[in-house]
Design a protein around this ligand. Structure first.
Ligand code: FEO
Length: 179
């Protein structure tokens, strides 16, 4: 069954939001690098890459269902908050917004009885639960350390251990040099 025009438009809007998420985290990654916090920066770069894969998942689905992908202009990320805690608060608010958008998509798919959408959207419902939980945990730990610089540096080291691909030419050059 071909994707309806209204659902196609809703998926295209979601693709925009996922690419914007990728930009939001990439901006935060670059700003953490400027603030000499490479661990937080790496975490954000990996997150940015994940958001790109989310956009691609929706894109592949729209194409597979015979919908017309329409890439929309992206909104610029908001200025990165000054404190690390402020950055993760902004990240949590952003994820909550994405969660609401996914839930709205789910409701719309149900209303249209587009059952083929449900497994994909359920995957995203679960993913959002996980993402919100991860960011909330980081936020709680950042609140525990407060202004304590050694605590921030400890968490920077810890988040820098995040497995995944930070992407980009510099990272590739680095891994090539290590190989
Ligand atoms: Fe793809 Fe973090 O929402």
């Amino acid at each position: 069954m071909q994707l309806s025009e209204s659902l196609t438009a809703a998926y295209n809007a979601q693709v925009k939001l996922e690419f914007e998420s990728s930009f939001v985290y990439l901006q935060m990654a670059a700003d953490f690098e400027l603030r000499s916090l490479p661990g937080f920066s790496r975490w954000m770069r990996i997150q940015s890459g994940e958001e790109y894969t989310h956009a691609m998942k929706f894109i592949d689905f729209v194409i597979a269902r015979g919908g017309r992908l329409e890439l929309l202009a992206l909104d610029k990320p908001a200025p990165t908050p000054e404190t690390v805690v402020g950055v993760f608060e902004a990240a949590l608010r952003h994820e909550q917004r994405v969660t609401r958008a996914i839930h709205d998509l789910y409701t719309r798919a149900l209303e249209e009885r587009d059952y083929a959408s449900l497994p994909l959207l359920q995957w995203f419902v679960n993913e959002q639960t996980e993402e919100e939980a991860t960011v909330s945990t980081i936020l709680e730990r950042l609140r525990m350390v407060g202004e304590d610089r050694s605590g921030i540096l400890f968490l920077d080291r810890e988040l820098g251990q995040r497995a995944g691909n930070p992407g980009g030419g510099a990272a590739e050059a680095e891994s090539a040099a290590e190989a």
